[in-house]
Design a protein around this ligand. Structure first.
Ligand SMILES: Nc1nc2c(ncn2[C@@H]2O[C@H](COP(=O)(O)OP(=O)(O)OP(=O)(O)O)[C@@H](O)[C@H]2O)c(=O)[nH]1
Ligand SMILES: [Mg+2]
Length: 311
């Protein structure tokens, strides 16, 4: 199979028939062998009924329905596990992403050798204040921290080489960082394509402003996991040692001051600083050891992604 299109959706019953029609039109005019996997994340509207109808008309359509709402990442993860195309394309269900982009995305993966191509909504039809400006800032930080030169990390329209989606795991709200996860898994050739973005025609937006707060927290955990996930002591031990060092310096100062008879011990700020830093150092080491214990017991501690073997 050439292409699997994965569509995560939540309450998009009005858009789905239009989307399906558009996808079929593009795919058929290019002669692709394709499948469309729609993951309904516990929608409260008629989305699932629409998916059933689409399936009845065309067996290329597959559907998964969650019993409740688990989030976009969960939907993508399940969609990826069912995808069997050489190239896997993800697309929003709200008609803001254009299926017309699919053939070029497919070509970039197949011919230009990209592992992942992310869409870039260069011209966005969203509210400036609530989305465009915060998202510029968000993309800038992610670019700086991850070293991946993308303008639009969170674009719903992305294309992946088959191996990529089978090697990565998306959970929580990590769908915003799939390029970072892919790079960390060793898929370094990440490209970008300017894509058309359209105004939302039906339904309402599903993500509020808390996306930015959660987004940053997720960015921190992902950066931590990618650097220290398998060796937490390297992080906690380093910070803990710095803390011990500061505590030790403060302790020396407080001892010298005391021996010179200049102060009562508890009157000195150095006394409190030495206590604070030594205690913090001990806590950090404790966290490091606990982290190591957790890693040692993790079932994935010895799972590696192997690219090639000659055995
Ligand atoms: N599976 C799943 N999909 C979701 C969820 N929330 C949103 N989506 C889908 O993710 C896509 C993007 O969501 P939108 O609400 O359009 O987010 P957006 O495009 O940033 O916002 P707008 O520009 O206002 O549309 C759509 O296809 C939604 O149906 C969810 O909780 N679970
Ligand atoms: Mg949208």
């Amino acid at each position: 199979m050439d292409i699997s299109i994965v569509v995560p959706l939540y309450n998009e019953d009005e858009s789905l028939p239009h989307l399906a029609e558009w996808i079929d039109r593009v795919m058929e005019s290019h002669g692709f062998d394709y499948e469309v996997i729609m993951v309904d994340d516990g929608s409260k509207d008629r989305s699932w009924a629409v998916i059933e109808q689409l399936r009845d008309k065309n067996p290329r359509y597959k559907g998964v329905k969650f019993r409740r709402n688990y989030g976009k990442s969960a939907a993508l993860n399940v969609g990826f596990s069912h995808a069997s195309g050489d190239v896997v394309i993800t697309m929003d269900a709200d008609l803001q992403d254009s299926p017309d982009e699919v053939p070029e995305l497919y070509r970039m993966i197949k011919e230009d050798g990209y592992d992942l191509v992310s869409g870039w909504k260069k011209k966005r039809y969203d509210s400036k204040l609530a989305k465009n400006i915060p998202s510029k800032f968000f993309n800038w930080t992610t670019r700086r921290l991850s070293g991946i030169k993308l303008h639009d990390f969170n674009c719903g329209l992305k294309a992946y080489r088959h191996d990529v989606v089978k090697s990565i795991e998306v959970y929580g709200e990590m769908h915003r960082y799939i390029p970072v996860i892919a790079k960390w898994a060793g898929f370094g050739k990440i490209g970008e394509k300017v894509v058309q973005h359209r105004k939302r025609e039906f339904g309402v937006t599903k993500f509020g402003l808390n996306r930015f707060v959660n987004g940053y927290l997720d960015l921190m955990s992902i950066m931590f996991m990618s650097k220290f996930g398998k060796q937490p002591m390297h992080f906690f031990g380093l910070v803990g040692s710095c803390s011990f060092l500061l505590g030790f310096i403060a302790l020396v100062v407080v001892c010298v001051l005391r021996l010179c008879g200049r102060i009562a011990l508890t009157n000195s700020v150095w006394f409190y600083l030495s206590m604070l830093f030594v205690l913090m150092g001990a806590m950090l080491f404790l966290a490091g050891f606990l982290g190591e214990l957790i890693c040692r017991n993790s079932t994935t501690r010895n799972s590696y992604l192997i690219e090639k073997e000659l055995l």
